[in-house]
Write a protein that binds this ligand. Sequence first.
Ligand code: SF4
Length: 172
Amino acid sequence: MELKLYRKKSPWILHYNAGSCNGCDIEILACLSPKYDVERFGMINTGNPKQSDILLITGPVTKRSRERLVEIYSQMPEPKVVICCGSCASTGGVFRDMYNIEGGVDQVIPVDVYVPGCACRPEQIIDGVVAALEILEKKTKAIEKPLRYANEVKDENDQINRRTMPGTIPTK
Ligand code: SF4
């Protein structure tokens, strides 16, 4: 319960440059500047995928960065959300069909949120993160629900009666 609350109130974000021109990365840094100051919402830019909730990716996926991107993604614990920042990350953008480009991020790993623009503006990035938080909450619930209700049995009125759950001691 507490973990779910902290995840939404203080998401840890991992930023990965998969081959961007740095334009979108500078906009992400602007989000951390005093003007936008996203840390006031509890967001932290972390460097460890094992502690991250949100993966923020800029640039198209180059052939060299593909393997690292998959490795980082697989190290992040569930639930996790992936955001593509900018048109390059979303579709390959101006680098699409070049000899060293795999394409957009969704050619390699699943993507939850697409932030448009070249470069995407800080306001759009913040909007994307807010959308990602809602998805993160839904994914958290989807993971927790089977655990919580695995042993619960509904009665004839479609109500969960915890007194008849398997493993509980009947009260007299
Ligand atoms: S979307 Fe534009 S600014 Fe962002 S990485 Fe691509 S070319 Fe650079």
